[in-house]
Structure formats: C-alpha cells, structure tokens
Design a protein around this ligand. Structure first.
Ligand SMILES: Cc1cc2nc3c(=O)[nH]c(=O)nc-3n(C[C@H](O)[C@H](O)[C@H](O)COP(=O)(O)OP(=O)(O)OC[C@H]3O[C@@H](n4cnc5c(N)ncnc54)[C@H](O)[C@@H]3O)c2cc1C
Ligand code: FES
Length: 245
C-alpha cells in the first residue's frame, strides 16, 4: 500500500479530541471513506509498525481533516508528529440515496467524524437532514459546536439530553427514510433496531484494522446468515440488514 508523507498544516484541540489538517489533492474523498495514517518515522523507527484507520472528518478539495481521540501509542504519536504518512482514501463509504427524503445522521463519540463530510455532500444534493450526536461528557461534546443545529446527548447529562444518542432524537428514528450512523458497535446495533426495517439504514463500523487493504482479515464483521466480511474493503459502511448484530 502506498503511503504519502504530508506536513501537518494545523492541529487543534476540540475538547477531548484532536483535529489535524493536511494538504491532500491526490484524489476525491467520498463520505465515510477512511485513511490509514501513522506518524512519519517508518521504516526507520517502525514505531508504530502498523498505521491506524481514521475517517475523513473534513475535506474541501485541498485540505483534509482527521478528528481523533488519543487512545494508545499510534494516536499519541499522531498527536505530536509534524509530518505524518497517509494513504489515499480507502473503503466504501455511504451510498447516498438523494430521492428518499429527510435523513437522520447519528454519531457516537469520535464516531461523529464522518458526518461532517457526509452533511456537506447532502447539502450539495439538496437532501434535508437532522444530526444527532451522543457523547460521554461535556469534554467530548465540545466537538458538537462544529455541527450547527445538532441535537446532543451526553451519558452524564452535563450537555443536552441525558442519555444516549437515541435519546437526543426528536420523534422516532422510524420517521426517517434514510439513516446514516457511525460509532461503537453497541450503539450501531441500537440504531439499527430503532431505525426498523423500513428505512435505508447504513452503519459505519470501527473494527480494529491491521493492513487496511484486505489482506490480513483482521477487520472482519459477522454477516447475517453466516460468514464474515472485511470492513476495510467491503466496508467500513454497511447496510444494516447485512450485519449479524
Ligand atoms: C474505519 C475506521 C474509522 C475510524 N475513524 C476514527 C476517527 O475518525 N477518529 C478516531 O479517533 N478513531 C477512529 N477509529 C478508531 C482508531 O482507528 C483507533 O482509535 C486507533 O487505531 C487507536 O490506535 P492507538 O495506537 O492509539 O491505540 P491502540 O494502542 O491500538 O489501542 C488503545 C486502546 O484503544 C482500543 N481501540 C483501538 N482501536 C479501536 C477501535 N477501532 N475500536 C475500539 N477501540 C479501539 C484498544 O482496544 C485499546 O484499548 C476508526 C477506526 C476505523 C476502523
Ligand atoms: S484490515 Fe486487513 S483485511 Fe481489513
């Protein structure tokens, strides 16, 4: 897999997350696609050995943005490096059904990341939509300011509705013919249940990834009816009914 060395043009804190921007003009970015990224140093330091997957948070045709939470070694190094290595956009993103009507966009924690690019694309297509965001606490909910008009819920009740992202939904999710969501798997399973069988529900899964190009099988998710599918090449966005959970 080809990696490009890029300078970090901007890095800022958004509550509990980091927003990092770099120049990217080597191909389009589709909503829901991801990039494998690591701090520059490889192959001299081999630290980290494997790049990590991140959704595109933002892209204006010139500058790409990643929004991430420091969890371990890979993200800690990414949080400091002046130069990083990134791949071209990877995976299958959200398939936008422009004719269906109003869409609901739901993000949990740092799973809000792909919703900004998605919202921009829906704006371009003239598709109306509502955004619902769920966070653990006020610190992580700071990023909600980047999503004008979003309904917010926090698990500790410090900002917005007290509860999960589904508690932030005004009315019922079944009122929306199209539902797009990204977050931890238990949240996605709850969104799938709440959306029901009538809506077109698409879920972006956050499985751990080794290679990002389909060759290690480290990122598989179970399918309804048996078998597994690789989230790096067949996903990371799947139609809800395809998934076992
Ligand atoms: C398609 C895709 C898009 C993603 N987009 C983003 C994004 O936009 N922003 C962001 O912050 N993160 C995103 N992630 C998750 C991100 O890849 C991990 O947080 C990152 O790999 C952690 O690397 P690390 O070296 O810092 O942590 P590690 O040292 O590898 O792990 C530290 C801790 O984090 C946990 N962890 C690591 N990876 C994951 C994961 N995928 N899901 C749940 N827990 C995990 C580990 O179990 C461990 O407890 C995405 C993942 C995928 C598959
Ligand atoms: S991460 Fe290796 S097959 Fe998907």
């Amino acid at each position: 897999m080809k990696f490009y060395s890029v300078q970090v043009e901007e890095r800022k804190e958004l509550g509990g997350y980091t927003l990092l921007r770099y120049r990217w003009n080597d191909g389009p970015v589709e909503p829901g696609q991801f990039v494998m990224a690591r701090a520059a140093g490889y192959p001299v330091t081999l630290d980290p050995f494997l790049a990590r997957p991140f959704s595109f948070y933002d892209y204006d045709g010139e500058v790409a943005g990643l929004l991430f939470e420091v969890r371990g070694r890979g993200t800690a190094l990414l949080d400091l490096a002046p130069t990083i290595q990134v791949t071209a956009p990877l995976g299958r993103g959200f398939a936008i059904e422009a004719d269906l009507g109003r869409a609901a966009l739901l993000g949990g924690g740092v799973g809000v990341a792909p919703l900004k690019v998605l919202g921009r694309r829906l704006d371009e297509l003239g598709v109306p939509y509502d955004v619902f965001l769920g966070f653990a606490d006020a610190g992580s909910a700071v990023v909600a300011r980047e999503f004008a008009g979003a309904e917010v819920a926090t698990m500790d009740g410090s900002v917005g509705t007290h509860g999960t992202v589904l508690d932030a939904v005004v009315g019922t999710l079944q009122d929306y013919p199209a539902v797009y969501s990204c977050g931890p798997n238990p949240m996605l399973a709850a969104v799938k249940l709440a959306a029901g069988e009538q809506s077109l529900c698409q879920l972006s899964v956050e499985e751990r990834m080794g290679c990002g190009n389909g060759s290690c099988n480290g990122c598989v998710v179970p399918m309804r009816g048996g078998g597994y599918v690789r989230s790096c090449v067949e996903g990371p966005v799947f139609r809800a009914e395809v998934l076992a959970w």
